[in-house]
Structures are given as C-alpha cells and as structure tokens.
Design a protein around this ligand. Structure first.
Ligand SMILES: [Zn+2]
Length: 317
C-alpha cells in the first residue's frame, strides 16, 4: 500500500464562473462525497494547500497578467475573461490556493511524507497561457508545479502526461523550447482549443520534447491503452523523468457532456497503471496528478476513485 496524498480545501468551492458553467463547485463536492462513501477518503493522506507565492506564479505567467487577475477580482468582482472563462471576487485567491495545493503536494512528496498525490483542485489550469486566461483556466497549475519541482526541489526532468480530452495549449507553450519538461498530450481533434497537431513537436532545444496524439472522437480504452503502451512508455523510458505529472481531466469519459471519447472508469485506472509502471522504473513512483476537466458529476467521481485506487496500490495488482 502506498501513501497517496490528497489535496483538497473547501475554499476551492468558492470560485464561481457563473450558474450555467460546467466547471462548477459541484464537481469537487461530487468527488469528495464519493471518496467518503467508498471509504477511499480514509486511506488517503490529506495535504493542506496554501496560497502559492507570486514568485512561483510568475515562473510561467507575466506579472502584468497576474496583477490584472487580482485587480479584476478585487475591484470589478464578476467578469468574463473570454468566451467561457469568468471570475468572481474570490477567484484570484482560490486560483493561488489551487496552485499552492500542487506545490504542497510536491513538498510532501519530496519530504517523503507521501509516495504520490492527487490534487482535487479548481480552477483547472492547462489552457492558461503566459498572459491570458482561457478555457476555464486562470493559472497553469501543472506548469507552475513543474517549474517548482525543478527550481525548489532540484529535479531535472519532468514528464507531463495530459490525458484531458482537450489539448493543453498553455502547458505546451510554456515548455515548447525546453528539453527538460516533456509534454505528452492525447486529446480529441478537431476540438477545443484547436491546437495539438502531431506536427507540433517543440522548437529549438525543445524539438522532440512535445508529443501530441490528436484523435477523432469515438476512441475508447483499447486505443488509449495501446497508445500509452506503444508510444508513451517508450518515450518515457528514453526521457527518464525524475517525476511524472498528470493533467488528469476525466472528460474523455463516454458519458461526458463536453466531448466525444469513449473511456470508462476502468480505462482511467489502466492508464494510471501504465504511468505508475514508468514512474516505478525511473523515479521511485513519484507521480503528482492534478484535476483538470471532467463534467459529468457522477462519472467524474467514479473515474477519480478508479485513478486513486491504482495510486494507492502503486500500480498493477
Ligand atoms: Zn478538458
């Protein structure tokens, strides 16, 4: 049995993007209720989030952008930042807490208080660009986490696996010319946000350190598992990561309202096994998983539970 950390805070429920919005506080409530019902919650090590320092946010975002989010939240209150990204007065503070949750997981992991971690945070992060909010995302939680692991904890190579059904444009751009952070994304294409073609492979020293697997809708467990085994695993073996981060969106589930993939709860468990196998081989099982999308409340909770069960047992049965 592994010591799996869980990052969660009730304040994550205070970010509201509008009553119609699929990225709702109910997503986290559904996850926490299900983890409690299934007794999984009692097996997890709670990790307390703290508000991330601005010096970490600005490893990825411009100071002007960070200040603008603060200003909008503290003065205007409610505002639409793009067609589907909005903030409320609490959003700036909660976005800092979401990033800080990921950083707290990194600290606990590196102090060997836990073996791996799942961060039930919101708002999500992988669409957030250096100077722009996008796709429900304010700060790029996972990109900031990768920089934190490198700069604070001295890890050299970070592998980011993004299985959210949408391409993580913000994360890709953050490390596009950087050979120390490998970005692997499997996503529906064509679909929001429109990036993530196979020809997008990185530039300069980062060429070959971005790998996109765009897929038409309709693909399920078997196709994903085959790609993870035959494409991701060899790439991971070659890269030899010091830590693996997962942009864990659960919106490739067959019953998700925002996309058209066919994964099941068990499928997410099997993908988790493949990632943990890699982590066990190269980095003492170090994996930090961050919630991104997933909009069917019931299925989201079940997918997270399947994911966490595998993390608790550290891989295959
Ligand atoms: Zn998504």
């Amino acid at each position: 049995m592994k010591r799996t950390g869980l990052v969660y805070h009730d304040d994550f429920l205070l970010h509201h993007a509008g009553s119609w919005h699929p990225e709702s506080p109910e997503r986290l409530q559904s996850i926490m209720n299900y983890l409690s019902e299934t007794k999984l919650l009692s097996e997890l090590n709670r990790v307390e989030p703290y508000p991330a320092g601005i010096e970490w946010i600005t490893t990825i975002h411009t100071r002007e952008y960070v200040d603008s989010i603060q200003r909008i939240c503290e003065t205007n209150g409610y505002e639409n930042l793009d067609a589907d990204t909005a903030v409320c007065p609490d959003s700036y503070r909660i976005a800092l807490l979401a990033v800080g949750g990921a950083l707290a997981a990194a600290d606990a992991l590196m102090k060997q208080e836990i073996d791996n971690a799942f961060c039930a945070v919101r708002p999500p992060g992988h669409h957030a660009e250096m100077d722009r909010a996008m796709g429900f995302c304010l700060f790029n939680n996972i990109a900031i986490l990768a920089r934190y692991l490198q700069q604070k904890h001295g890890l050299e190579r970070i592998l980011i696996v993004d299985w959210d059904v949408h391409h993580g444009n913000g994360t890709q751009n953050a490390f596009y010319d950087d050979p120390t952070v490998f970005y692997f994304s499997i996503h529906q294409y064509p679909h929001y946000p429109g990036t993530g073609l196979q020809t997008e492979r990185g530039i300069g020293k980062g060429e070959g350190y971005t790998l996109n697997i765009p897929l038409a809708g309709g693909h399920g467990n078997e196709d994903y598992i085959k790609i993870f085994r035959e494409v991701l695993a060899p790439v991971g073996k070659k890269f030899q990561p010091n830590c693996i981060l997962i942009s864990a969106g659960f919106d490739a589930h067959w019953n998700d309202p925002l996309a058209g993939m066919q994964l099941t709860e068990a499928g997410y468990g099997q993908l988790t096994e493949i990632i943990l196998e890699l982590a066990n081989e190269f980095c003492d099982g170090r994996v930090i998983s961050l919630l991104e999308g997933g909009y069917n409340l019931e299925m989201l909770a079940k997918c997270v539970a399947a994911h966490i069960e595998v993390m608790l047992r550290g891989g295959k049965r």
